[in-house]
Design a protein around this ligand. Sequence first.
Ligand code: HEM
Length: 492
Amino acid sequence: MFASIILLLICIVFIVIQLKSRRPKNFPPGPPVWPILGNILDLSLENPLKDFERLRKTYGNVYSLFLGPKPVVVINEMKTIKEALVTKGVDFAGRPQDLLINDSSEREGLVMTDYGSSWKEQRRFALMNLRNFGMGKDSMEERIHGEIQYTVDTLEKSIGKSFSPQNMFHNAASNIICQVLFGKRFEYEDETIKTVVQCFTENAKIANGPWAMIYDSFPLIRSLPLPFRRAFKNVETCRKIAKSLMNEHKQTRVPGEPRDFVDCYLDRLDKPGDRSSFSEAQLTMYILDLHFAGTDTTSNTLLTGFLYLMNYPHVQERCQQEIDMVLEGKDQASSEDRNNMPYVQAVIHEFQRVANTVPLSIFHSTTKDTELNGYSIPKGTLIIPNLTSVLNEEGQWKFPNEFNPENFLNDQGEFVKPEAFMPFSAGPRMCLGEGLARMELFLFTVTLLRKFKFIWPEDAGEPDFTPVYGVTLTPKPYRMKVQLRVSQKIPH
Ligand code: HEM
């Protein structure tokens, strides 16, 4: 009996030591850590966003967790996230390198490349060439309008019917980035692009889902034939498609006369004796990164926006009045019209705030030993910037927990952008497609609202605004009805 009690005490002491000793000295606090499991039991594997919020309330804006043996620091609220990603930008500009998302992409591309000279070179190249191929310029606007016309056709064919807009917005956003990358668009029924979009949307859910969490927490099980293998298969499928598009380009290109982003990259590869980070393998993954980053984000934001517009008809009508007034006599909207449409601007920003499209940003990692809010964080620690905590932060928004364009309007009805509006994150790794995304969101919303009235179908029941969790948040599938507007004042 005595021996059993001693044994039990030893076990308890062992467990307590295990629970305590995992956190290095002055590491951010967090819930007790279980041997082997880490904190996996503290998080819902399906959707941990509520758990992250609960832990923030208990442990503060900088707290830690363990994914199996791996320490993770979650950073919350605007001031702290800005301190990390902007003030100490370089310290926090790394990317973790041992997650499912790294293994499935074979560590190529741009989005998951660690901080360093290769990433700098690749990012600079993307920014420069996206600009050359129209981002922020008139030609891009024309391309977006060209694509919107296909969306308008799709909507016109659906007048009076109730239909799902899911694929429509994904196809449109995909085609816009395809025109930048490959200089061409794909028909909405094209099997190639349907496959790519399908693989991406699936991987956006897998990469933050339960199987990724298990994969990331338990290295020993990584080679087992478990459902996370699907992510590898999807990347492989897309890689083959990207390669064949690249080969097509190689055959038809004229060196020195680039037609699009891929041609520019191939020109760059021609530079003799160049020992930079540019390579064909790198290009394949780069194309996929930009295509994914430019498709699933913008389209899910639009999907969320139209879900709200249908269910807040007075907001929709007020946008339409402003659009009709500002565009009177004009063929089409241009980005500059934004300045004369404070209400529409406020509504689109509010879409982005409530859509919370990339809720945990893309994971970062520390590039050196550093400090945040007085805690020590060693080099190589996985960092989760919880953007959700900023977009709903109490004290930063007039109405943090409801859809309300007043969040972006002052007492004079002028558009204002609070500092906590950071759906594109901040600092050196901030989204590099912000300009393109904002242009798309504006031109799509304005053009479609000018022409159509969007109606929540009578038989659709109560709307469910709760999104489906993933790297990107997606509204639950819904149906919409459209009517041509009678009051539109479009010439000819
Ligand atoms: C509404 C649309 C979009 C949202 C909300 C969004 C949001 C984000 C966020 C939160 C990040 C992570 C930043 C960080 O790690 O701190 C990111 C990164 C990135 N985004 Fe976007 N994005 C959008 C559209 C686009 C578009 C259209 C493109 C394509 C041109 C794009 C390309 C990228 C790339 C390449 C990165 C990685 C940057 C790097 O690691 O250096 N995004 N985006």
